[in-house]
Write a protein that binds this ligand. Structure first.
Ligand SMILES: [Zn+2]
Ligand SMILES: [Zn+2]
Length: 271
């Protein structure tokens, strides 16, 4: 059945929105029989150098990673990762970080627009929801068109925040813009992430839906990565069987793991 044994998106206490020590999630992963984890700590980018994350912040991650690599050697492979939020807002700093540190895997995500986190936006009514979604699609396009990353994180994240306010967003309602984003991703040889956090949060479905995965396949997408986006040890590899079934339903027979920022395809459809 080829279960997925690598979680390519999770956070530890290095990230500002997480209090779980790296060891706790490593131990949960070993107990689940996983073989590989990529802690992808947040590195948020802002326009006008507003609130840059520091080099010591990133160094703290590599210190924790070195400690855990030693502690769990032979039990768990720990690749070096990062989740870069809206890197196109400060490309100079993006380059500085990527030159300074050695990453195996980089997620590109959009969390903030005009330096404001989508989670803090009001989503007061339909009109505001449409305005936020419109701007979100612009940000996604710019990120996918220009940024230096390997996999696009939670492509329809806006649906989580809309759902928190009882509103529904489906990027399939913007087929031309969505197709252009997915096509550019495919052309650049980049991956699309299946992020299972939505299943346990308000949207009650993965980010993205199978329909979006199918569109990615149609436009020539080859690489999928799978991540839980766990901020707690109990969520490591959560709903990965659902993610595997979604990938198969969309016509994918492999998922991608990364080393030195190069994809390695592993089958998910063997008996
Ligand atoms: Zn994220
Ligand atoms: Zn994340």
């Amino acid at each position: 059945m080829n279960r997925i044994t690598a979680d390519y998106h999770l956070h530890s206490a290095v990230s500002p929105d997480c209090n779980t020590p790296m060891e706790e999630s490593c131990e949960a992963a070993i107990a689940l029989g996983l073989t590989e984890l990529v802690f992808t700590e947040h590195m948020e980018f802002f326009s006008d150098n507003f609130k840059r994350y520091s080099i010591p912040y990133m160094q703290e991650y590599f210190d924790d990673l070195a400690r855990c690599r030693e502690k769990y050697a032979g039990k768990l492979s720990l690749k070096a990762g990062v989740e870069m939020g809206q890197g196109h807002r400060d490309r100079e700093w993006e380059k500085t970080i990527l030159d300074r540190f050695h990453f195996d895997f980089v997620i590109g995500s959009v969390h903030k627009m005009d330096n404001v986190d989508m989670g803090k936006m009001a989503f007061a009514d339909e009109e505001e929801k449409l305005r936020i979604t419109d701007q979100y699609l612009d940000y996604l396009w710019e990120l996918v068109d220009t940024c230096d990353f390997d996999s696009l994180g939670h492509i329809d994240l806006v649906k989580r925040y809309a759902a928190n306010h009882g509103l529904k967003v489906d990027l399939m309602d913007y087929p031309d813009r969505l197709r252009a984003i997915l096509k550019r991703l495919a052309e650049r040889g980049l991956a699309l992430e299946i992020n299972t956090s939505g299943i346990r949060q308000s949207p009650k479905e993965a980010l993205p839906s199978v329909a979006i995965l199918k569109m990615f396949k149609e436009v020539g997408g080859r690489y999928l990565t799978v991540g839980s986006d766990a901020h707690f040890a109990k969520d490591v590899a959560a709903d990965f069987e659902t993610a595997r079934q979604m990938a198969l339903e969309a016509g994918f027979r492999h998922i991608a793991l990364y080393e030195d920022r190069k994809p390695i395809l592993v089958p998910i459809d063997e008996e």
